[in-house]
Structure formats: structure tokens, C-alpha cells
Design a protein. Structure first.
Lengths: 500, 503
């Protein structure tokens, strides 16, 4: 046993050393020539057909991001094929292969994507390597995880867009036309337009004319060499692209997890959601306060739903309190019906009673949204209107205390707002003619605004959705395995990996 | 022989064999629309066909055969803009149209753009259009998709033709000069001349303006204003007129397809329906209109925007001045104003939201060629609705934001005007009658004037607008303003703002 343990430890150490050594070597051989602004994107050939498709999409997505942000130009496909052919003849293998191809293409940067699948998750390891020392700050190792294959390429693209944050434009000097007029290797594609720009190397220069990839610039008094890069104080607008990618990732998640495409099989989930709130749930709660909210969730297509008992107990208690509080306050001397005014019932008590009865639909709706949130969490589904979730949450919080928070899966916060707002409103109604009543209404107004804003700004709490939206996977992973070498001895392996 | 030369030679040989080239017309090529799914490929082919057909119908360009061009480029793996541009320059193709169609499940993202190789564009993107289109849906079949993609092609080309300009060489003929083109050019143009020191193969060739000439029928008319001819001089010419024609033609044709022929009867029906529509708006609009058509955004906007006016309407009609009179109570002017405002909302003011609840659905269907919509697309009806209720005409034409803007402005002005014209009435127990208070006539007529002015603007505005029936949703904002706050490596800091213009 000890023998195996030692072997296992030795292998772990070696694996650790390799993990450190490989990246160091990868970036070591830098290209000494000038700045080309080229990038090559590779994917390590995956083992399954499904991953092959993802790999193809990933290359397209990453190239498209480079194209749209205008800092590094993906090399042309025909040139890439020629370089691959040349590298194949050189007989290079493994890590060095990609670096060699990129060097042959005189790229400044290369991107390597490795795809794998663990259970229902697709893992993409993104490595960005610089061949030009000037680009070494762009070096990255990032692991991305998704349960939706279509999102892998988008997440890789988004990561590349993040790579562009604060990246100034570098344009190589191509040739001198005459005097201080030069042709430089950046044009409209990189965001250059006619006019004056500040540069790091040559001060203020004038762009006289632009093409797609080249421009004519007047660079006074600078001694420049061909291939030398000029750095412009011009930065890409990656935010818009990131937002676009995130919208699409979110849309894919909605398509995979939304109740409309899944439980209702393309039915009108929005209509059913509104109907269930306004009609089904009201009826259900009138029959069985609290539990009716749970029963109503079946209308949204959940199969074999299970109730959240604390939520039911709590909402049923709130309903009971709304029906009975004035009676309790008056030691059961008053008529329990709000529209009957007896001698023991003061005007303010009747006001409170009317308020509490008339807001029963609000409690029913909160109870329903709470039960729905439980089902969404448990069955991994997203609510209707999720495409417009922030506005929807804001509108729900406007009408239902804490409604937007329930909608986004934050049940505790939802009940917190519900209790605060209903208490303040009840207190305000009861003390309507007194100063403290007015203070209560003022406080209610403030909390209502906070509730709406909080519902609008806070992110959804659905973990399966957040997995799609998160950037880098930093979760810990545990793995075990067994290998047999030389048909003689078994080596057992256990690993715990935490990325930081 | 390089790949580019190979493609160029093949194409030119085939072009010479198949088409009659007009020397003075620029050459245009559609290099294809790529797609990432089988159904997207079908749509892409449809779009390519429409692009080719419409481009040909304008008569502005000579066209390279689309399948031939695509085949050649694909054969030699010439897929990127940089490669295609090199090829286009060698083959003297002045305009390259490219695009992609990305399948997003329920929608397609169409990205269409055009590269102009010759001056003044120098390979730049002349116009880019990104639009989200439905990929499937009830009522969308091959016929509708064909219409939708034809419309996108026409939209794209109409804007492109408005921007694209191409050089026309000035030729010496005897003592005069001419500008040969397949139509006779008239007008005043700036003469351009390339700067010295550049090669013809350079991607960018700056030029300068060296004078102006006036042409009549393609021939120099009158003095040339100090300019003397030099070989290579050219003018920049565009066919904006064709762009405008395309835009108007396709809009008019779509209206014919998706709306019933507008008649005065439509407006008369709308007049007849004004009172019932306005009176039932609080119930019919949310339930039958917004909820019925699944327009939840409209429902939300209705709830938030209509609530204060519905309350005023309810309060004004419930607590009307007559009730005060019966009890012998003083009648504040607000009470009278609310009552009259309630009547306005009941009889006419509610019509705008009634129209919004239905027109949004009708225009949505019209945008995607879902049958012929009745009562829509009538300018007279739009003007009538703008006259009788706040923002009605704008809602009718599909401009919700403008509609709500006018809805609130009109309602506030109507209420303020009614209030200023209303007199407070104080009950006099000794006579058993009411004493009327004064009104500020100057302010009252001032507000009435403002209301009339707003109405005049509103009606004019609505008559100038087109019905919002464009299919697809344009994705990218063309202009963006953003602040800059960034630390520099040398310890400095950049503060400022930038305006970005996307191509």
C-alpha cells in the first residue's frame, strides 16, 4: 500500500511540475520581429463529434470577436492551411506544434482551446499565448464551464472580448510614401478615422486617409523603422460586444431552461404565467390558503411538484393574521367581517380590517411567487418573461411587495420586503390621522422604492443560470482514477484541484 | 500564379464571355451570405438571390455572377475581408457585398455589409446592417420569408446606394472634356486628383480636390473655374436617387401587400367607433387588446401610464358637481375640471390607448406579412386620431414612445385648460344659489393656445411619419456616447468622453 502511495505522490508532484513548466515554456520563445497584429486560433482536436462541432463554433466565435474589436486580425484561412502543411512536414508534436504554426504565420498571439466533457458539463480551457513580447500581458489561462453546448463558444468569445479591455491600438508602420507621410497597418477596421491622434511613440500624428486595414498618416519628426508599432490612445468598445454575447448566452439558457420551451413545449408561458397569477392562484388560495399557491404551480407545467412547507406555513399564517388580527386586537369583541360596523369597532379598526382583507390577493400572489421560485430552483427552470427579467422584477415589486425578488429566486429577501411593506402599510392605515401614520407611509414609500430598485438590479439566484453567465470556473473539483502500467501494477490516483 | 490572380483571371474570362460590360459602370459582386445552420443556409440563398435581383434592377452596377464568384472564392479559401478585398482590387470590382446569418434558435442575426474598393472608400465598409429576424413562427412560411428577406435586401441596398460613390474618369475629347457613363450626367461636381507617390495597388490612395466642373449631358458646360485637365482626374458620382426610389418603392409595395386599400370609409368607421372605444378602453384594452394578443410590454405600459388618468376619470364622474349641488356644498373648480376631464376621457381621450392595444398587434402582423390588415395605414385616420385624443395617431402608426409623449402632454394640457376655464362655485344659503368665482382668462386662453399648438404639431408630425411595418429588429446603435476614465502606464490619467460611430 505504501509503495503505491509513494508512487502516487511522485506522480502528483511530477504532474504539478509539468503544470507549472508547460506555460513557462509556452511563452518563452518570443518572435523578435516587429508587430504584425495577427492572431491564430487553434482548437485541440476533441474526441467526440459533438465537441468537434463546438470546437468549430468556438473558432468562429473567437475570430469574430477579434474581427469586431479590431486589435488582432485572425490570419487568413489559406495562409493558415499553408503554415499547417509546413509544420506537419517539420514533424513537430504537442505544445510546440501550435506555437510553430503561429510563428510561421508571424502572429503576435495565438489562442488554444481545449474542450472536454465531464458529466453534463462542457469544459473549455482557453490559453492565450504571446509570441511577441509586447503582447505578453495578454497571456491567459482560463477555464470555462457550461451545460449548454451553444454557450461554450459564446463564453469563449466573451472572454476574448474581456481580453481587449483597455487595449490601445497598435499599428505597424508599413512604408514611407514621401517626407513624413507613411502608410500604417491600421484603418477603419481598427476604428481609425481621418483626424489627429495622440500616440506614445510619435506624439500627435494626423491620419490623412483611411482604408479598411491601412491608413496614410503624417508623422512629423519621428524616426521610424518598418514594422515598428505606433500605439494610439484609442481603445476598443468591448462593453457593447460583451453585453451582446451575454444577451445571447442568456437567451440560450432561457431556451434550455425556460418553462415555455421545456415544460409547456412551446406554449405561451407568458400568458399562462399572467393567468395563473390573476385567476388560478386566486381561486386556489381562496379554497386552501397557502397550499393553494403550491397547487397552482402545476398550471405552469411542473410535473410532480413538491411543496415548500415552510413557505406554505408562513403564507397561510399571514393570511390567518390578515383575517384575524383586528379581532385579536379587540379581544374578539368586534364583528370579524370588515363591512359590518358594530359599536365595539372603531373607525380605525374598520379601516385596518378593510385594508387587511383587501390586500389578501397580494398575499396570495406573494405566496404563489414564493412557491414558484421554489419549483424553479428545484426543477432547474427559468420563469417566463426572463428575457426581460429586470423590468419584470421591477413591475412585480411595484404591485406585490417583494414580488421581483421572488421572481428572481430570492425568496428570503422577498418575504423580508413583503413583511416590512405590509406591516408599514397596515400601521399607516391604522394611524392614518396621526403623525406616526404619516411617517409609516413615508417609510413605506422609501422601502417600496428600494424594493423596486433592488428587484431591478439584483441578479437572479438560480445557480444553473448563473453557471452559464459566470466568467471563469473557480469551483474545486475532486477526481479519482486508476491506471495500470506494464500490465503489472495498478496506480491509484486521487486529486483535488482548486483554481486561483 | 498567386491564388488571387488565379481567381481574378478565371472570373474575368467568364465575365467577358457571359456579360456585356459597360466600361463606365462600376462592377459589384455579392460574395455570398454565410450561414451556420441548414435552415439558415436556405435563407442565405434567398437573400443572395434578392440582393442580386434588386442590385440588377437598379441599373447602377454591372454584376459579377453570384454563384460563380462564391465558387471561386471558396475554391481558393479566400474567405476573409482582407483576401476578398485584394481580389476585388485586382479584378476592378468596385463594390463587394458580404454577410452572415447566425442561427440563434428562435431568431436569425443577419449581418450584411458592403466594402467599397475604389476611392473615396478605399476598401472601407460603406454600410453595415445588423438585424434580428424571426427564424420560425406561426404563419411564417416560404412566401413570408421570401418577402422578409427581399425587404431586408431592399433596405440594405437603399441605404447603401445613398452612401456609395464611385469615381468616373474625365476624358479629353477635342477641346472639351466629357465624363462617359451609361447615362448623361448633369450638375456641378468637384474634380479629384490622386496624390503623388502612391501606387495603383496601394490599398489607400489619397486624393485632393483640384477644382469644380459643371456638366450638362455628360459634357463640360461653361468655364471650368481655373481647373485644367490632367489625365487621371475624376469626379465622384453616386446614385442616391436610386436609393430613394428603392426605399419608396418597397415601402409602397409592402403597404399594398399588408394593408387593405385605405379609404375615407375607414376614418368614418373610426369616428363611429370613437365613443364606444374610448368608453370601454379601461376594460377592453388590457383584456382583449394587450392580454389577448400577448403584448405584455404594452399591458405594463398601459397600467403605469393610464392609471392616473383613469383615476381622474373615475373620480370626476363619480363625484360630479351635480352631487355637490344636491347637497348644497361648495364646488371647487377642480371638481368641475375633473368632471369635464372625465367626460373627455370617457368620450374621446381613452381612444388613443384603445388604438394602441390593437394597432401594435396589427402592425406586428403587417411587419411579417401575416395577411392584410384592415383599417390600418390610413393617413386620414391617423390625423383624425391625433386630433381627438392624445397621441392616438402615433399609436396608430406604431410609435409608442411618441404616442405616450403626446398622450401625457395633451392630457395634462387638457386638464390644465379645463381647470383654468372652470369657475369655483360657492353655495349661498341665503339665496339658495351658487356664486361663481373668477377665472384668469389670460392664463386660460394661453393654455388653450398651447394645446392647439401641440395638436397642430402632433397632426403634422403624424402625417410626416410612415407606418412602422419594417420587419426585423435593427440591433446596433450607430452612435454611442461614453465617458472615459483611465489610468495610463506612466501614471497619467485620461478623462474625457468619446462618440463612437459603428461601421
Amino acid at each position: 500500500m505504501n509503495k503505491y502511495l509513494h508512487k502516487y505522490l511522485l506522480r502528483l508532484v511530477l504532474a504539478g511540475m509539468m503544470a507549472v513548466a508547460v506555460p513557462l515554456l509556452g511563452g518563452g520563445t518570443a518572435r523578435a520581429e516587429g508587430f504584425s497584429g495577427r492572431v491564430v486560433v487553434f482548437t485541440v482536436p476533441p474526441r467526440s463529434t459533438a465537441l468537434e462541432a463546438v470546437a468549430g463554433e468556438s473558432v468562429l466565435s473567437i475570430n469574430s470577436v477579434f474581427e469586431r474589436l479590431g486589435r488582432f486580425r485572425p490570419v487568413e484561412y489559406n495562409r493558415l492551411l499553408a503554415a499547417v502543411e509546413k509544420a506537419d512536414k517539420m514533424g513537430i508534436s504537442d505544445e510546440k506544434y501550435y506555437e510553430t504554426v503561429a510563428s510561421l504565420l508571424k502572429a503576435d498571439l495565438y489562442v488554444l482551446v481545449t474542450l472536454s466533457q465531464v458529466s453534463n458539463r462542457t469544459i473549455a480551457d482557453l490559453r492565450v499565448r504571446a509570441l511577441n513580447p509586447a503582447c505578453s500581458p495578454l497571456r491567459r489561462n482560463t477555464r470555462l464551464v457550461s451545460r449548454i453546448m451553444k454557450n461554450v463558444s459564446l463564453k469563449l468569445g466573451r472572454e476574448i472580448a474581456h481580453l481587449h479591455r483597455g487595449l490601445p491600438l497598435k499599428a505597424p508602420v508599413l512604408k514611407r510614401v514621401q517626407g513624413d507621410v507613411w502608410i500604417i497597418g491600421a484603418g477603419q477596421w481598427s476604428g481609425l478615422e481621418k483626424g489627429f491622434y495622440g500616440t506614445k511613440e510619435a506624439g500627435r500624428i494626423e491620419i490623412l486617409e483611411t482604408g479598411r486595414f491601412q491608413s496614410v498618416a503624417r508623422i512629423p519628426g519621428a524616426s521610424l523603422r518598418r514594422g515598428e508599432a505606433i500605439t494610439f490612445a484609442l481603445y476598443p468598445r468591448e462593453e457593447a460586444l460583451i453585453a451582446e454575447q451575454e444577451r445571447q448566452i442568456s437567451r440560450n439558457a432561457e431556451f434550455a431552461y425556460g418553462v415555455g420551451p421545456t415544460l409547456l413545449r412551446g406554449g405561451d408561458a407568458e400568458k399562462q404565467f399572467v393567468s395563473s397569477i390573476c385567476i388560478i392562484n386566486m381561486g386556489g388560495n381562496v379554497c386552501l390558503p397557502g397550499y393553494g399557491a403550491f397547487l397552482s404551480t402545476s398550471y405552469m407545467g411542473f410535473e410532480n411538484p413538491s411543496p415548500d412547507v415552510p413557505g406554505i406555513v408562513f403564507s397561510a399564517s399571514v393570511v390567518g393574521m390578515q383575517l384575524g388580527l383586528p379581532s385579536v386586537m379587540n379581544r374578539f369583541k368586534i364583528n370579524p367581517l370588515p363591512w359590518v360596523r358594530d359599536n365595539d369597532k372603531s373607525a380605525r379598526t374598520q379601516d385596518l380590517q378593510i385594508f387587511l382583507w383587501s390586500t389578501l390577493p397580494v398575499t396570495f400572489t406573494a405566496a404563489y411567487l414564493d412557491q414558484l421560485a421554489h419549483q424553479f430552483h428545484k426543477t432547474e427552470h427559468l420563469p417566463p418573461f426572463f428575457d426581460d427579467r429586470d423590468n419584470m422584477a421591477g413591475v412585480l415589486s411595484l404591485f406585490i411587495p417583494g414580488g421581483g425578488l421572488f421572481y428572481k429566486g430570492r425568496r428570503l429577501a422577498g418575504w423580508g420586503y413583503f413583511v416590512s411593506e405590509m406591516s408599514l402599510a397596515g400601521y399607516g392605515v391604522y394611524n392614518r390621522d396621526e403623525t406616526r401614520g404619516k411617517y409609516a407611509f413615508a417609510a413605506l414609500g422609501v422601502i417600496k422604492v428600494i424594493d423596486i430598485l433592488n428587484a431591478y438590479w439584483v441578479g437572479p439566484a438560480y445557480s444553473f443560470y448563473n453557471l452559464e453567465m459566470e466568467r471563469e470556473f473557480r469551483g474545486a473539483s475532486f477526481s479519482v482514477g486508476m491506471h495500470r502500467f506494464d500490465d503489472r501494477e495498478n496506480t491509484y490516483r486521487a486529486g483535488f484541484v482548486f483554481r486561483f | 500564379m498567386s491564388r488571387i490572380r488565379h481567381i481574378t483571371l478565371t472570373l474575368i474570362l467568364l465575365l467577358l464571355a457571359s456579360t456585356a460590360l459597360h466600361a463606365s459602370r462600376p462592377l459589384a459582386g455579392v460574395t455570398g451570405v454565410t450561414a451556420d445552420s441548414p435552415r439558415g443556409m436556405g435563407m442565405a440563398r434567398l437573400l443572395e438571390t434578392h440582393l442580386g435581383n434588386i442590385l440588377g434592377s437598379t441599373g447602377v452596377f454591372d454584376q459579377v455572377n453570384v454563384p460563380l464568384l462564391k465558387d471561386q472564392l471558396n475554391k481558393f479559401n479566400c474567405l476573409e475581408d482582407s483576401c476578398v478585398l485584394r481580389f476585388a482590387r485586382e479584378a476592378k470590382i468596385g463594390l463587394i457585398i458580404r454577410g452572415s446569418l447566425k442561427d440563434n434558435g428562435d431568431s436569425h442575426i443577419l449581418d450584411l455589409y458592403a466594402l467599397g474598393t475604389a476611392p473615396p472608400h478605399n476598401g472601407r465598409v460603406v454600410y453595415r446592417m445588423r438585424v434580428r429576424l424571426p427564424a420560425s413562427g406561426a404563419g411564417l412560411s416560404a412566401r413570408e420569408f421570401s418577402y422578409i428577406y427581399e425587404e431586408q435586401a431592399a433596405q440594405f441596398l437603399s441605404v447603401l446606394l445613398g452612401r456609395y460613390r464611385f469615381p468616373l474618369q474625365i476624358k479629353k475629347e477635342g477641346d472639351g472634356v466629357t465624363v462617359p457613363y451609361d447615362r448623361q450626367i448633369s450638375g456641378t461636381f468637384e474634380v479629384c486628383r490622386f496624390e503623388e507617390g502612391y501606387e495603383e495597388t496601394d490599398e489607400v490612395r489619397p486624393f485632393r480636390r483640384v477644382g469644380r466642373i459643371t456638366l450638362k449631358g455628360g459634357v463640360l458646360a461653361g468655364p471650368s473655374g481655373g481647373w485644367s485637365y490632367r489625365k487621371g482626374d475624376f469626379i465622384l458620382y453616386g446614385r442616391r436617387d436610386q436609393g430613394e426610389y428603392l426605399k419608396n418603392y418597397y415601402y409602397g409595395r409592402k403597404k399594398e401587400i399588408v394593408f387593405e386599400k385605405p379609404t375615407v370609409d375607414d376614418t368614418l368607421y373610426m369616428m363611429l367607433f370613437t365613443v364606444p372605444g374610448s368608453a370601454t378602453m379601461p376594460v377592453v384594452a388590457p383584456l382583449v387588446g394587450y392580454y389577448g394578443s400577448g403584448d405584455y410590454q404594452g399591458l405594463g405600459l398601459w397600467a403605469v401610464n393610464a392609471a392616473p388618468y383613469l383615476y381622474l376619470e373615475y373620480d370626476g364622474l363619480k363625484n360630479r358637481p351635480k352631487k355637490y349641488e344636491e347637497n348644497g356644498r361648495d364646488i371647487p373648480r377642480e371638481r368641475t375640471a375633473r368632471y369635464h376631464f372625465g367626460l373627455y376621457m370617457l368620450l374621446a381621450g381613452g381612444m388613443s390607448l384603445f388604438v394602441d392595444a390593437f394597432s401594435h398587434d396589427y402592425l406586428g402582423k403587417a411587419a411579417y406579412y401575416q395577411g392584410s390588415q384592415p383599417l390600418m395605414g390610413n393617413s386620414l385616420s391617423a390625423a383624425y386620431l391625433s386630433l381627438i385624443c392624445g397621441g392616438g395617431g402615433h399609436f396608430y402608426r406604431g410609435y409608442r414612445l411618441w404616442g405616450y409623449l403626446y398622450f401625457h402632454t395633451d392630457n395634462l394640457l387638457v386638464y390644465a385648460t379645463l381647470r383654468e376655464f372652470s369657475r369655483s362655485r360657492t353655495y349661498n344659503p341665503s339665496t339658495g344659489s351658487y356664486d361663481k368665482g373668477d377665472i384668469n382668462k389670460r392664463r386660460a386662453y394661453g393654455l388653450l393656445g398651447a394645446l392647439c399648438a401641440v395638436k397642430a404639431v402632433e397632426i403634422t408630425h403624424v402625417l410626416l411619419l410612415k407606418d412602422r411595418i419594417r420587419s426585423g429588429r435593427v440591433l446596433e446603435e450607430r452612435y454611442a456616447l461614453e465617458g472615459i476614465f483611465r489610468d495610463e502606464e506612466d501614471g497619467g490619467m485620461i478623462l474625457g468622453a468619446s462618440v463612437a460611430y459603428r461601421f
